[in-house]
Ligand binder design. Structure first.
Ligand code: HEC
Length: 219
């Protein structure tokens, strides 16, 4: 029986390999897997800017893979859009051209930051290896979906790494981490529990970070 199921598995994976000869085919051209030392994120106007080091040069870009830190530089993205728009017909063409325009303006804003910057902190590795985490990105930043799920005010950003530090500075000593609590629930606890009235002075920005930490396994 074992041999037979092994055979079936082998045939199946051979078949899959025929269908998808190279898994990276599905990725945008130019996407690269970068190590954490070659990636950093910074913020501007509330937006996350991702920088990756390709051939010893820092470039702005986007993350296109969750569990592997796959990075696509804006330059490659622009190249790709240009190439596609050369052969595209309307209405796809105008869509591609507007995407191109957007990517170019983002590149203008982000490039100086990526060139000047250097990683201020080591990015957090994927909170749940294997992907599929909708509430965090590969750096431990809470995504838009996470912001909603954890009831964090939408103008705030939060990250597991920062949250760990804020939690350790304010919340240890009395009880262990109250996992999976929302922003709203913790705020209510601060009001309801006399021993925690001290925490009412914690800013919403810091509380958002604490919420990222408390929900770090909440994908
Ligand atoms: C001075 C001690 C103390 C500190 C420090 C403290 N807490 Fe509490 N906390 C309590 C007590 C006492 C309760 C009520 C009893 C309980 O639920 O454990 C409580 C309850 C809670 C609750 C409600 C119960 C639950 O599990 O949902 C949350 C949420 C909470 N704390 C979060 C925090 C956070 C976040 C921090 C850091 C800002 C913090 N606590 C720091 C003493 C403290």
């Amino acid at each position: 029986m074992l041999a037979r199921s092994q055979l079936i598995t082998a045939v199946l994976s051979g078949f899959l390999a025929l269908l998808f000869p190279d898994q990276t085919l599905a990725l945008p051209k130019g996407a690269q897997q970068l190590g954490s030392q070659d990636l950093y994120q910074t913020f501007k106007d509330g937006k996350v800017i991702t920088c990756g080091r390709i051939l010893s040069e820092w470039r702005s870009g986007i993350m296109v893979g969750f569990d592997k830190a796959l990075f696509l530089s804006r330059a490659d993205k622009i190249k790709d859009l240009k190439k596609k728009s050369r052969t595209a017909a309307e209405p796809k063409l105008s869509k591609l051209l507007s995407q191109l325009k957007k990517q170019r303006s983002l590149q203008r804003i982000e490039n100086p930051i990526c060139v000047e910057g250097s990683p201020t902190s080591t990015p957090t590795p994927t909170p749940t290896p294997g992907g599929g985490c909708v509430n965090f990105d590969a750096f431990g930043n809470v995504t838009a979906a996470g912001i909603t799920a954890f009831q964090i005010p939408s103008n705030l950003a939060a990250n597991i790494n920062t949250g760990t530090t804020v939690w350790q500075a304010n919340c240890t000593g009395c009880h262990s981490a109250n996992l999976n609590r929302t922003f709203v629930a913790v705020k209510q606890a601060f009001q309801a529990e006399p021993q925690m009235s001290f925490a009412l002075s914690i800013s919403d920005a810091d509380l958002a970070q604490i919420i990222a930490y408390l929900n770090r396994n909440n994908c």
